[in-house]
Design a protein around this ligand. Structure first.
Ligand code: NAD
Ligand code: ZN
Length: 387
């Protein structure tokens, strides 16, 4: 778990305090060109200037980089003589920055860590500012790199890579393009569901996974749809962080195992490959742990309109133990297939709806504690708009 996490609108303003507390002389800001052109670097640099630390920006990073591309940035960072690492970006940027944080002394390379992750040792403090919601990389000890010669993506895991500081500011995902918001949101959803249904699930991962699942199911659509849905975006940021904590305590399962070769060989974006695989894998797994699916459904699908949408959306239907969505479309986790995968783009047990707890909470969802929810409900009509 990171040492300090600050979330909510304006969280970015904590930066000067964090840098001053760590007596930083020069910060290296890891980012990518997409983040830069989206204007997301400007508010970060503004805060850096207030901290009075010197800084450099390293942005020569493609999405889902290979270990060689990561090594290049680590070497560039060492040449700058930075004593703190900041990541402003999605999982690709944060994973690269985390690796830099344990390789800065030059005693090992990224390739060495692929063979022997135990060689990672903390070289300097790190600060993660996610711009997607998300991978949860800001919470995990993992960094994923592509290994082109094996057409694979491989995870390097070391506690030394856990971030020191995390800032979750919804400003950073305000204008996240819908397609990326949907894909990365389904990645977080997959983390939560896989951790909760894993053989390694335990009380700690269950707590974080269920809370994440609840927040994602009840916020993902407005968070994707509207730049102004600040509280829903904030909920998605926190949920992906929680799902990252759940990964740390438990782990992902078949969706991610099957997804990595799709990324390594066919370069399908991580969130998109998870979106394709999630509902079918859930349906495959449901007979092995029907009580878990039922418990997740009871806990999370608490808005009437989400329950109504259950028959039309792959994930809700799978969570409810239905064989297939009523529409017959198995690749449509949320009715946001167009946003997530694009047309032609590659790139249970018992039905918990019958339970007493759901019946109690049915009228107006009054039986559940309040959540940040959108004013515009998810209706079947809304769902079909995106088919
Ligand atoms: N370390 C972990 O625990 C962990 C967990 C899950 C996934 N991952 C890894 O994370 C990587 C994927 O990360 P990702 O899904 O966050 O995407 P990403 O970091 O690869 O970014 C995808 C694209 O989105 C753009 N982008 C990001 N934020 C933006 C914003 N706010 N506005 C506009 N454009 C923006 C980027 O410029 C980039 O072009 C994969 O390599 C995956 O394997 C790591
Ligand atoms: Zn993932």
């Amino acid at each position: 778990m990171p040492r300090a996490v600050c979330c909510g609108e304006g969280a970015l303003k904590k930066m000067p305090e964090i840098l001053q507390a760590a007596s930083v002389k020069k910060a290296a800001v890891f980012t990518d060109k997409g983040i830069r052109s989206a204007g997301l670097l400007d508010p970060v640099l503004e805060q850096l200037q207030k901290s009075q630390a010197a800084f450099c920006v390293l942005d020569d990073l493609p999405p889902e980089p290979s270990y060689g591309q990561v090594q290049k940035l680590v070497d560039a960072c060492r040449a700058e003589g930075a004593d703190m690492i900041l990541a402003v970006g999605g999982g690709s940027v944060m994973d690269t920055a985390k690796l830099a944080g344990v390789l800065l002394d030059g005693s090992s390379t990224v390739h060495d860590l692929l063979e022997a992750p135990g060689r990672a040792k903390k070289c300097c403090p790190t600060l993660m500012i996610p711009t997607t919601a998300g991978t949860g990389s800001e919470a995990t000890p993992n960094a994923i790199v592509a290994v082109p010669e094996q057409e694979l993506k491989v995870g390097i895991v070391s506690d030394a890579m856990i971030a020191d500081n995390v800032l979750l500011d919804p400003l950073m995902i305000k204008n996240l393009p819908r397609k990326i918001a949907a894909a990365t949101g389904v990645d977080a959803l997959a983390h939560a569901i896989e951790c909760y249904t894993s053989n390694k699930a335990n009380p700690i991962s269950d707590t974080f996974a269920l809370e994440a699942l609840d927040m994602i199911l009840n916020n993902i659509l407005p968070a994707c749809d509207s730049a102004d849905a600040v509280s829903q975006k904030s909920a998605m940021q926190l949920a992906s962080f929680y799902a990252g904590v759940a990964i740390t305590a438990s782990g992902t399962t078949a969706v991610h195992a099957l997804s990595y070769p799709l990324g390594g060989k066919y370069h399908i974006a991580h969130g998109v490959s998870n979106a394709i695989l999630l509902a079918p894998v859930m349906r495959f797994n449901a007979p092995a742990c029907p009580e878990r699916f039922a418990a997740a459904y009871d806990r999370c699908v608490w808005r009437k309109n989400l329950r109504d949408a259950g028959g039309k959306n792959g994930v809700y239907a799978a969570l409810a133990g239905e064989d297939r969505p009523a529409s017959g479309d198995t690749h449509k986790p949320f009715g946001i297939r167009c946003a997530c995968v694009g047309s032609g783009d590659t790139g249970g047990g018992r039905h918990a709806g019958d339970t007493a707890s759901e019946q109690q909470s049915a009228p107006g969802d009054g039986g559940r504690r309040p959540r940040a929810v959108p004013p515009d409900p998810l209706t079947s009509e809304r769902t079909e708009k995106h088919e």
